[in-house]
Write a protein that binds this ligand. Structure first.
Ligand code: GDD
Ligand code: MN
Length: 378
């Protein structure tokens, strides 16, 4: 028998928690390979949730209560994880909401995935068989799908469809390994940080479909504005994408500075000077990307490996040059070579506008994907 512990954070869930606890034990007590404990982490709910859970404990020997101060969802989970690991020594821990949004009948499906070798199982609303509530307004649907897409693209992890789900099964070794890291994320963004860190530790992630339903009793505690901002910032500051953009801008500065120096100090002819400076910028970008933006998949294998990858990097850059040339040619031919008047007194030649468009919508995605999939392929 292996041990699984379900951590359920609660704040004012008195109308949900009793029926949820009953539902969970009904679905897991007959599992052949698993012994399941439930740990409620209540943050001093003023509505009587604490007392209600205490009154349930005599009828459920595997039900436990931890009482904490109200410091956010992340903090409640971290506290619950620490104590559960110390006292119960489970093999796997679950995260689950108390408000019936997460259906306990899907619990065995998570454990199946763990038995098959997964380290981190996500209950996903966005894979086949999963769903978000039909009665969500179009704005909420777009927001939820959009936010997940943003995280997936930012981290270049397209296979994980639900980054923000709060229904998960995670092996204890991952949690132990992650506690120090996630400690600073007290709110809902903790979910994204934990998954991101687990992946960096080599966790095998898999997903099971869930049908997320809206709560019927009580109210949501999420602070949407804060949550959106923190998630957005987390991705920007932790994804290689933003670093890649910064390196690209620096490369631009390097290119111009060297071209200027070559032409004015070394008296190299202008065309040759620009070819040289472009190559300097390419080499500069290659190394900064390797030791900063993509340092988690730094090139290994010594001089030969570096030389090969630098050559590949040059080929990708050559591709950018050709795309720019071809794109500009097409746009100038079919859209016309004219002057765009942006504001009174401010106008731009069309080629500058076209070039900015080509870089933003074609060159950046093109380079980022090829850097990830070819140059810094893991
Ligand atoms: N102990 C404690 N302390 N529990 C909390 C706190 C807190 O500060 N804040 C929220 N909770 C509990 C709630 O009582 C509930 O059981 C669970 O955490 C989820 O909170 P909800 O308020 O129901 O969140 P939601 O439904 O708006 O958010 C859903 O989407 C998020 C983002 O996708 C949930 O599924 C979250 O788990 C998910 O991260
Ligand atoms: Mn909820």
């Amino acid at each position: 028998m292996k041990k699984a512990t379900i951590i359920i954070p609660t704040y004012n869930e008195k109308d949900n928690i009793k029926s949820l606890v009953e539902g969970i034990f009904k679905n897991v007590s007959a599992l052949p390979n698993w012994m399941v404990d439930v740990v409620i982490v209540d943050s001093d709910s003023p509505d009587g949730t604490t007392e209600l859970v205490e009154s349930l404990i005599p009828s459920f020997p595997h039900l436990h209560l931890i009482r904490t101060k109200k410091e956010g969802l992340g903090k409640a989970y971290i506290e619950g994880f620490k104590i559960a690991i110390e006292k119960l020594q489970p093999f796997v821990l679950f995260e689950m909401d108390a408000d019936h949004s997460h259906d306990p009948t899907t619990l065995p499906a998570f454990l199946k995935q763990i038995e098959k070798g997964a380290d981190f199982v996500i209950g996903s609303r966005y894979i086949k068989g999963g769903s978000i509530p039909q009665d969500w307004g179009i704005d909420r649907k777009i927001f939820s799908i959009g936010a997940n897409l943003f995280v997936r693209l930012g981290f270049m992890r397209l296979k994980i469809t639900d980054w923000t789900s709060g229904f998960r099964a995670i092996k204890a070794w991952i949690i132990k390994d992650s506690l120090a890291y996630v400690n600073t994320y007290s709110g809902y963004v903790f979910q994204v940080a934990l998954l991101d860190h687990a992946i960096s530790k080599g966790a095998r992630v898999s997903e099971v479909p869930i049908n997320f339903v809206d709560r019927k009793a009580g109210v949501s505690k999420i602070n949407s504005i804060q949550y959106i901002f923190q998630t957005f910032w987390y991705v920007l500051s932790h994804s290689s994408f933003i670093k890649f953009i910064i390196v690209g801008l620096l490369g631009f500065v390097v290119d111009f500075s060297f071209a200027y120096a070559f032409i004015n100090s070394l008296k190299i002819p202008k065309a040759s000077a620009n070819m040289l400076s472009a190559e300097v910028a390419i080499i500069f970008n290659f190394f900064i990307n390797n030791f900063w933006s993509f340092r988690h998949k730094k090139i290994e294998g010594g001089f030969i490996a570096y030389a090969q990858k630098l050559l590949l990097f040059n080929l990708v850059s050559l591709g950018s040059v050709l795309i720019q040339g071809g794109g500009l040619y097409l746009l100038l031919t079919f859209m016309g070579d004219k002057i765009f008047a942006l504001l009174p007194g401010v106008s731009l030649s069309s080629w500058i506008v076209y070039k900015i468009g080509i870089i933003s919508f074609i060159i950046i995605p093109y380079s980022y994907v090829l850097y990830n999939k070819v140059v810094w392929k893991k």
